[in-house]
Design a protein around this ligand. Structure first.
Ligand SMILES: Cc1cc2nc3c(=O)[nH]c(=O)nc-3n(C[C@H](O)[C@H](O)[C@H](O)COP(=O)(O)O)c2cc1C
Length: 353
């Protein structure tokens, strides 16, 4: 039996304290400034990271309109994630990102997408640790803010090297690690083996954060307890349930967990749309709503129709009306808004990074 109150509540990334130690995973196409701010406003979220940005796209000229790196002051501490495979180029990008105001530079050595690994970025670096070492060292010496690493367990089951990668990163001066304990070959199949997080934690002295398959507040605290990790990172689980961070806080304190009702979910989507429209063109905002609705609505009664209608909508107004039509009977109490089991929450939608 886990005693929640004895679990760690924070970790250090060099001089930066991350509290609570439950953080949002970076997700391309999802965790932009709007999504990050909206989730931070719900409470319980210790840190956010930008979407992965290719170092080659970071130049003084491009910076002014680099949407992936936009942020507002309320997002601190903020990690900005870069990918790359040329030590000098990524070091230069890191300098730019530091000047932009990042608190932390995070290096991606985990992305399994062929578009990314094809260029030698992301998890391709798991196959060339000497290169990864040069990259990390170059970034470390280019900036004065802390550098962190997010990585996978290895390229495939035959080449699991997460312990070596963890040691290497520590030797290169990296201040904390986030491990998604699947292999590149696994993509998102199977399950995240948190015993690998525990093993990585045993071979380094810097903080190790685990990332993968955390779908509920009890899951988060169970993984924290069993793996001995310093923190937990939540991605898809936070798209499905943006209140998950707040629920973890309540659980730790022995308080009743806030359970969002239909009105909360409806308000969340409306706020999301309003905030999107403040910073981007309508077509782009429509795409973001489509991307979120898949995970967000899994487990809702009759959600397939909602998802279809949101996907087919051509304007934000149409998306709004679709969402209103769906939620109205639940909010008015004419239909009981039952959720199906939590295990189904992750099964409905997306996923590729
Ligand atoms: C749509 C999507 C986009 C992602 N983009 C990134 C990314 O930009 N950088 C990164 O390090 N990981 C990325 N990931 C991986 C997540 O950060 C996380 O490690 C992984 O999804 C496992 O956690 P989860 O089961 O909580 O989602 C992405 C995952 C998804 C589903």
């Amino acid at each position: 039996m886990v005693s929640y109150s004895e679990l760690p509540t924070s970790y250090q990334i060099a001089h930066i304290t991350v509290r609570p130690n439950i953080v949002l995973a970076p997700m391309v196409g999802v965790t932009d400034s709007v999504f990050r701010r909206l989730l931070l406003s719900l409470g319980g979220l210790g840190m956010v990271t930008t979407e992965m940005t290719n170092a080659a796209s970071v130049s003084p000229k491009a910076m002014k309109r680099h949407r992936l790196l936009e942020f507002l002051p309320e997002e601190r501490p903020l990690a900005m994630q870069l990918s790359g495979n040329d030590p000098e180029l990524i070091a230069e990008a890191a300098r730019q990102v530091e000047a932009l105001g990042a608190d932390i530079i995070d290096i991606n050595c985990g992305c399994p997408s062929p578009k990314v690994t094809g260029g030698g970025h992301g998890s391709a670096l798991l196959r060339d640790l000497p290169k990864m070492g040069r990259l990390l060292t170059a970034v470390r010496s280019a900036v004065s803010i802390p550098v962190t690493l997010k990585f996978r367990a290895g390229w495939d089951d035959e080449s699991l090297n997460y312990e070596d990668t963890a040691r290497l990163a520590e030797d290169c001066g990296v201040s904390a690690l986030a491990l998604h304990p699947r292999t590149k070959a696994q993509g998102y199949a199977g399950s995240a083996d948190w015993r690998r997080v525990a093993a990585a934690k045993r071979v380094v002295t810097i903080p190790v954060i685990g990332s993968g398959d955390v779908k509920s507040a009890p899951d988060a605290l169970l993984q924290l307890a069993e793996s001995g990790a310093d923190g937990v990172m939540i991605g898809r689980g936070a798209m499905a349930n943006p209140w998950i961070f707040r629920q973890v806080e309540a659980l730790r304190q022995g308080q009743p967990m806030f359970e969002p009702g239909p009105a909360d979910k409806y308000d969340f989507l409306m706020r999301y749309m309003d905030m999107l429209l403040e910073v981007m063109a309508e077509q782009q905002a429509i795409g973001k709503v489509k991307q979120l609705i898949g995970q967000f609505s899994v487990g809702f009664r009759g959600a397939a129709q909602l998802r279809r209608d949101v996907q087919h909508a051509r304007t934000i107004q149409e998306q709004r009306e679709t969402i209103e039509r769906y939620f109205e009977p639940f909010i008015l109490g004419r239909v009981a808004a039952e959720l199906v089991s939590q295990s189904e929450v992750m099964e409905g939608a997306l996923v590729e990074s």
